[in-house]
Write a protein that binds this ligand. Structure first.
Ligand code: HEM
Length: 260
């Protein structure tokens, strides 16, 4: 007879033993702060798992499974945005009661968040300067910067559908996604002639918008919680984060809207 139980399968002894508050005596809200961030990291792991699969599906011209997984990615992102509501129940006073325990720790150092950006093709090589080789996952992040991102596999899907992709977009995996008129013409044509591809393009636009929504909600969370204070990661805080707003991941999908 098998000895597997709910807790052994999920390794709950490990999972539930790492929510260790640093404040002493313990501040009530620090537990929430830790659990929210750990939950984010688990969902980041799942997002990477899904999109690594989508890369293979795109290259294999498997449209319907790609749509299916993009739908899932979109739903996870909605959950990630929604989770900020929970953290916004923490007042600035309450956060302040344990903030100094974070020392220089900051979400800015989340390797998996950067991996997610890089995987999508939102690559900013200059950010590697802020990541230290001893950060958990650093080598993986470096690999992601250098390897083809989702957009390169997306171009392969478009080629399977008879479109020509300019050579200059294909050969530079570490380059960020760049708008390109030839790709925009192809996308516009496919939007009009291939309804099933249009569904995928809309899902990708949803994911792009979802990331922008997360950034906006995070800025407002930060603003209401620390105002104009500097970040624990050393940035000017809100003013720095505002500069990350309204930047698309897939610029071509936004550039063609007026022509539809
Ligand atoms: C009270 C809650 C929070 C505050 C006050 C806060 C504050 C900040 C600040 C000030 C920065 C800029 C870097 C720095 O100087 O530290 C930042 C960046 C960041 N935070 Fe938060 N944060 C909070 C919650 C969260 C949560 C729940 C997540 C989820 C993982 C998160 C993820 C990130 C990420 C990924 C960045 C980098 C953003 C980018 O470079 O585009 N933060 N945060």
């Amino acid at each position: 007879m098998s000895n597997t139980t709910y807790s052994t399968y999920l390794k709950l002894d490990k999972l539930l033993s790492v929510q260790n508050v640093r404040s002493d005596p313990p501040e009530h809200d620090e537990m929430l702060f830790i659990i929210i961030h750990q939950t984010y990291e688990l969902w980041f792991k799942q997002l990477l798992h899904e999109l690594d699969r989508v890369k293979i599906l795109f290259s294999g011209n498997d449209l319907f499974d790609s749509i299916h997984l993009f739908k899932r990615v979109r739903m996870i992102l909605k959950t990630l945005v929604g989770q900020l509501d929970i953290l916004e129940t923490m007042t600035p006073l309450s956060f302040n009661s344990f903030r100094d325990r974070l020392d220089t720790a900051s979400g800015f150092q989340s390797v998996q968040f950067r991996e997610f950006e890089f995987l999508l093709g939102y690559k900013r090589a200059e950010l590697m300067a802020y990541m230290k080789p001893d950060y958990y996952g650093y080598d993986r992040l470096k690999r992601r910067l250098e390897e083809p991102s989702l957009i390169h596999h997306f171009y392969e899907l478009l080629e399977h559908r008879g479109e020509e992709i300019p050579a200059e977009l294909r050969g530079k995996p570490s380059e960020p996604n760049r708008p390109n008129e030839q790709v925009q013409t192809a996308l516009l044509r496919l939007y009009k002639t291939s309804p099933e591809l249009a569904i995928l393009f809309e899902m990708m636009t949803d994911v792009d918008e979802g990331m922008q929504e997360w950034r906006y909600r995070h800025v407002k969370l930060v603003e209401r919680t620390i105002g104009s204070k500097q970040g624990t990661g050393g940035s000017p805080g809100v003013e720095f984060l505002k500069k990350t707003l309204f930047n698309p991941i897939f610029p071509d999908l936004w550039a063609i809207r007026h022509a539809m």
